[in-house]
Ligand binder design. Structure first.
Ligand code: NAD
Length: 466
């Protein structure tokens, strides 16, 4: 049976049904109902109707609902994780982690506090600042972490008193629609609506006049389109876009000690992570050693169907991304040296063995662009200052990491880098209480943390003469 849409508290059929492919087998993972423009309108109107009562609830009442949402996810964690692996491709252990992460997000956002701030209180005036919900929030989600990304948008929107319409990516709608079934009875009708599409309803959603905010995670190009659609209605936007994160390894670092973390920071979820390490800068004196350490780990990775025991890397998620990664690998063969990997299989799945590439020219597209797949360039450098200057000149500025045995030296270099996050001796670690943002073309606004939550609210100042 096809997974249904959630509109106004009801699970409903869409205007059509779409087959969703399992990227590990080429078979159908399941079917999704997909909406049309009339159903987009119905979902937004339902969210708009539900808004006043939801916004008027106390924080504690909303907290209780969020707690029940977390428990319901825990109760159905295993089938949800299996469904996620079947549509997204990631190994089951990672899918389980993503489902647990979703429950964790709900519980953590439930701790949100929103007291009025007293900005001034003296003999002249009393000034209070309140943060009010905005109204209908649209959350648009990519295919790499369907549940976790939806969870960020749902958790932040609902806890701050907004209502939401969520749209997963067309190649990964199933687990998100299933979430709608799991949560349908826990929320007042219309507070959360989930619709799927064939990559054709994003513009209609963002243009809807009753939408007050759009939280978008996806590519920089689509982010620009979202922002221009939002301009007409002066809608608030949070844009979490692409990244081309570097790992800069400082000289004399103990490579054996960092190699596992470094490798998995680049290859987890097949590199299809906005904050994956997408290029490694190695001191020339340790270039061979670092390449060899990464090659050893690439060759030890078990590529296969994410449902199979022992698999550590699943298939690339979809046909378009598979084609794109294969082009980068062909380019790596032409412009540099592929030390290992980059091989496809003759089975139907989108499998590519993890590739480590060296000796590329600095202008190579594999260094300059975001590859979003299992092919990692390693670049030799002589002067860390030149690497930092190049990173700061990059149009993308999501995250970067410094790896070193010398904490002070690492901190010193980190303080010279302008990106949303600079990690030291780790990469890609995020937390609901810590803002996550992109510099330059990597985004606008933040998710997570007080800054993120503020982005889901409208300021009201009450200024009183005494
Ligand atoms: P994408 O931009 O193609 O699609 C993202 C979502 O936008 C999908 O749900 C899609 O259906 C929808 N969409 C398409 N056209 C739209 C339009 N005109 N208006 C509104 N929505 C529209 O991106 P993708 O291929 O799904 O994801 C890969 C990209 O996302 C990578 O660049 C990656 O770095 C980025 N990403 C960023 C983060 C982050 O937090 N910064 C997280 C994950 C992925």
């Amino acid at each position: 049976m096809a997974y249904q849409l959630l509109i106004d508290g009801e699970l409903v059929a869409g205007a059509a049904i779409s087959d969703v492919m399992n990227p590990a087998t080429g078979e159908i993972a399941g079917q999704a109902h997909v909406a049309d423009e009339a159903q987009v309108d119905a979902a937004v109107r339902a969210a708009h109707r539900a808004f006043p009562a939801w916004a008027a609830l106390s924080l504690d009442d909303r907290r209780a609902v969020m707690g029940r949402m977390a428990e319901a996810v825990e109760a159905e964690a295993e089938p949800l994780a299996r469904l996620l692996t079947q549509e997204q491709g990631k190994p089951l252990a990672e899918a389980r982690g993503e489902v647990q992460g979703l429950a964790w997000l709900m519980s953590r956002y439930a701790m949100f506090e929103n007291p009025a701030e007293i900005l001034s209180d003296d003999e002249v005036q009393r000034v209070e600042l309140h943060r009010l919900p905005l109204g209908v929030v649209v959350g648009i989600v990519p295919w790499n972490f369907p549940l976790f990304m939806a969870g960020i948008k749902i958790g932040m929107a609902l806890m701050t008193g907004n209502t939401a319409v969520i749209k997963p990516a067309p190649t990964t709608p199933l687990a998100t629609l299933e979430l709608g079934r799991i949560w349908a009875d826990l929320l007042p009708p219309g507070v959360l609506n989930i619709i799927a599409d064939r990559n054709d309803l994003g513009a209609c959603l963002t243009a809807h006049p009753l939408v007050r905010k759009i939280s978008f995670t996806g590519s920089t190009g689509t982010g620009r389109r979202v922002m221009s659609m939002a301009a007409e209605g002066l809608k608030r936007v949070t844009l979490e876009l692409g990244g081309n994160d570097a790992a800069l390894i400082l000289p004399d670092t103990d490579v054996a000690a960092i190699a596992d973390d470094l490798f998995w920071s680049a290859f987890r979820n097949n590199g299809q992570v906005c904050v994956a390490v997408k290029r490694v800068y190695a001191p020339r004196t340790q270039y061979d050693e670092i390449c060899a350490a990464l090659v050893a780990r690439a060759e030890a990775a078990q590529v296969g169907n994410g449902l199979d025991e022992g698999v550590t890397l699943g298939p690339v998620q979809n046909a378009a991304q598979f084609a794109k990664v294969k082009e980068y690998i062909a380019l790596a063969h032409r412009e540099g040296k592929v030390l290992t990997g980059g091989e496809t299989t003759d089975t139907p799945g989108y499998f590519i063995t993890p590739a480590i590439v060296r000796d590329l020219p600095p202008a190579s597209a594999l260094i300059r662009d975001e590859q979003f797949g299992p092919v990692l360039p390693v670049i030799a450098y002589d002067d860390p200052g030149e690497v930092v200057a190049a990173l700061n000149a990059d149009p993308l500025g999501l995250g970067n990491s410094i790896w070193s045995d010398d904490a002070d030296a690492a901190l010193d270099v980190a303080r010279g880098i302008v990106s949303g996050t600079v990690w030291i001796n780790r990469h890609g670690v995020t937390d609901p209480s810590i803002p996550f943002a992109g510099a330059r073309d990597s985004g606008i606004g933040a998710e997570h943390g007080a800054d993120g939550l503020a982005g889901y609210t409208q300021i009201r100042v009450i200024s009183q003469k005494k």
